[in-house]
Design a binder for this molecule. Sequence first.
Ligand code: SOE
Length: 380
Amino acid sequence: MKTLNVGMIGYGFMGRAHSNAFRKVGHFFDLPYQIVLKAVCARNEEKARAFAARWGYESVETDWKKLLAREDIDLVDICAPNDVHAEIAIAAARAGKMIMCEKPLARTGAEGEKMVRAVEKAGVPNTVWYNYRRIPAVTLAKQLIDEGRLGRIFHYRAKFLQDWTINPDLPQGGTGLWRLDVKVAGSGVTGDLLAHCIDTALWLNGSVDRVNAMTETFVKERKHVLSGKVEKVGIDDACAFLARFSNGSLATFESTRYARGHKALYTFEINGEHASIAWDLHDLHRLQYFDHRDQGTTRGWRSIHVTDGEHPYMAKWWVPGLAIGYEHSFVHQVADFLQGVAEGKPVGPTFKDALETQYVCDAVLKSAQTGKWEKVKKIR
Ligand code: SOE
């Protein structure tokens, strides 16, 4: 079997999620390549070495340009903050590397377009880690919709609620808290959380035509970790928007980091002519399904425990009835991506798919400023 050498840039929360996936995937899936964790790259050498030792990376780099220049790296995994995605991805494409980039693709659609052009020009396989598509229950939802079980879709409803930034003393910027710094993150909950909801929605329900949004920044100033000064907060702490899909369905999306008691409550519900489905990240191995065609007094919502061998991905794991979790969605993404690479087929979400999500985010943020309905730029 051919080896495939991975070079990872960044080592935070996502660095761990991705490394875990790279390590685990070969034990459960029949892969076309043998993955080798060749190098991890981060500016802090001591921390990078500790990370490499823990996860089994063979070497360490402190300059991502050096990592890209290495001939022994086949695949570059970008898990550094959002402000460097574009520069690294464009350089990686020019260096002929395949690329797995952490979400969101970029800070804006304009940045994302350059990235899409670069990977298309270089012809390198590419994907963005919108991992929730590959939770088996979510993949099952996609199968049911594609089979036409729901019929015409009327409504799409999604939420992603958290509560970790309510404390006004929480600073912005630096490791871990760059998500609060607009220069680095690009936006707040729109790019960080709603982008997940939008990616899933585009995949399940097709493209979005128009949006009407409102955003709020509840804490207007926070101390910046790097400058030590109190600075204006530029991110959206909360965002809610209405959307019209091209298939005629109406949607509502909401996200906040100020919903006390909620840590990562990503939920969606879809209502169709014949049936409805609902999913909840806190109960991620279940899919709720209601089918109006069921007859008699037992018609009602079914809670499908998505752990049978015939359910997506589950035959690769344990025996029926035994659940898997969040980290497995990343394992599935690696397995699917490498299969696509071997077959020469793009595997979604590609950079281009993720650009569509970016366009929706751009329209949402614009609408929040103009107070008007805004059209979503069409993907070419
Ligand atoms: C933010 O707290 C965050 O970690 C996001 O950045 C992830 O993309 C999301 O999956 C969970 O929440």
